[in-house]
Design a protein around this ligand. Structure first.
Ligand code: CTP
Length: 436
């Protein structure tokens, strides 16, 4: 694509938060001869009227030194990448700043990470995925910001088109196929005809097999984090983008329906007294629902999820059927219900709820547990039993079990109340087999 620089002097106002950050950046470069622009997703979203405080800056100077200067002025947490002379600053409140030195990228092998060299501003733009992500914002004058548009990105943005900059884009970086799909769902955009042809051609040539499962999974995670994630999943599936991660992984209507459910359930989570939890973990559980234990194990070996997360996912798979059986038992006691769910995290419980939302019994049991039992606990322990003169032995477990039942069935919400009942329990059973 031939670059054809257009200058947009938009009559737009910068939102206050952004303006204030850019004003700090301007202070940093004051009296210095540093050229810096805002670029990428933030500028795209600015034109769409959407808040995006993931700010990517590109400079022809040393990006890392610049990042250090910004960090000195604005604080936050600085991460440096010496190789490419870039720096990131996390300012908290979901504000992130990335400063890169303008670079040129070469893809020596399809699907592998590119080789990087310092380059011109144009080099930096041409390495990017879609025209709408190549816009530069010149913010020297905060009241009259200017957009530089080299590839007709503004027109594509307003015509809701996702367009690559050159025909090799998906061969260079096949993960862009996932990005294109995400953007269509997020913004209700269309993939422009030639770009769609290039995607289909790349898929036909199996370009995704050259990308590691872990990188592809990262793209899946980004998809499930989208607000309307069930749409993204559906679209990923239409392009067959799951099969490249695991040939046993498939998305059917049930899974898509559950994702949809989850979005609706967010509204009733409050009624179930769920605290604020991250849905991403629950979505991963749902995503893996169709995998058999061995298949999941094989897949997890290829992913760089935390060891702990992998362990939890495997345990969940192993225990799912057993737990459901217990939860569906006709005369399930409070004690059994508590014992079944109390070692599970809220995320796991939400997963059971979503997967069985149409089952009245399971739904009501989960409701009973989260609203009634989840916060009940034994406040007495073995030491209290010992203090009451009971000889140590297996009897302790028996007493603690009785006490748990009492606590669940009666409202024993203070230690005093529990101690009172404990004394009775011990007394009532002194003559029985307790002290055998
Ligand atoms: N980029 C690219 N190819 C990729 C990933 C990123 O060309 N595979 C470029 C795009 O120009 C993008 C920029 O790098 O705008 C920053 O990447 P990232 O922050 O991941 O993307 P955003 O466009 O900001 O997307 P999102 O809103 O999903 O964060």
């Amino acid at each position: 694509m031939i670059s054809n620089k257009k200058i947009y002097k938009h009559n737009f106002m910068l939102p206050n938060k952004l303006k204030s950050i850019l004003s700090d950046i301007n202070e940093v470069i004051k009296h210095k001869n540093i050229i810096v622009y805002l670029v990428g997703g933030c500028v795209r979203d600015l034109l769409l009227g959407l808040e995006n405080l993931d700010l990517d800056f590109v400079t022809l100077d040393d990006g890392l030194n610049f990042a250090k200067m910004v960090h000195k002025r604005m604080g936050g947490k600085l991460t440096v990448h010496n190789n490419f002379r870039t720096g990131s600053i996390n300012l908290g409140n979901r504000i992130n700043i990335d400063i890169v030195t303008a670079r040129k990228e070469y893809y020596e092998e399809p699907g592998k990470l590119p080789k990087v060299e310092f380059g011109s501003l144009l080099d930096d733009l041409i390495r990017r995925d879609f025209t709408m992500n190549t816009l530069l914002l010149d913010f020297k004058n905060l009241d009259n910001p200017i957009i530089y548009d080299y590839f007709d990105g503004v027109s594509d943005l307003y015509n809701k088109k996702i367009r690559v900059l050159h025909d090799n884009s998906f061969i260079d970086d096949p993960t862009r196929i996932y990005r294109a799909v995400r953007f269509t769902c997020r913004y209700n955009f269309e993939i422009e005809d030639n770009t769609l042809k290039l995607i289909n051609k790349a898929l036909k040539n199996n370009v995704l097999t050259s990308v590691s499962e872990d990188r592809l999974f990262t793209e899946i995670i980004k998809g499930i984090k989208e607000r309307n994630s069930y749409k993204v999943l559906k679209k990923y599936d239409e392009f067959n983008l799951f099969s490249f991660i695991s040939n046993t992984m498939f998305i059917n209507n049930v899974i898509i329906d559950k994702f949809n459910n989850l979005e609706q359930i967010n509204k009733i989570k409050k009624g179930y007294k769920f605290p604020q939890i991250s849905d991403t973990e629950v979505k991963i559980m749902i995503l893996f629902h169709n995998l058999k234990e061995k298949e999941l194990q094989n897949l997890l070996e290829k992913l760089s999820l935390k060891k702990d997360t992998k362990k939890k996912l495997l345990e969940l798979k192993e225990n799912y059927g057993k737990t459901l059986n217990i939860l569906s038992k006709p005369n399930l006691s409070s004690y059994e219900l508590y014992k079944t769910l109390n070692k599970k995290t809220y995320e796991e419980i939400l997963y059971y709820l979503i997967m069985n939302y149409n089952d009245n019994i399971i739904r009501s049991r989960i409701y009973q547990y989260t609203t009634n039992f989840k916060n009940k606990k034994l406040l007495i322990d073995g030491k209290d039993i010992k203090d009451l003169g009971v000889k140590e032995g297996p009897i302790y477990k028996k007493i603690l079990d009785i006490m748990l039942k009492e606590t669940l069935n009666n409202n024993l919400n203070t230690k005093e109340k529990q101690l009172k009942v404990l004394k009775e329990v011990i007394k009532n059973n002194e003559r029985s087999d307790y002290n055998d």
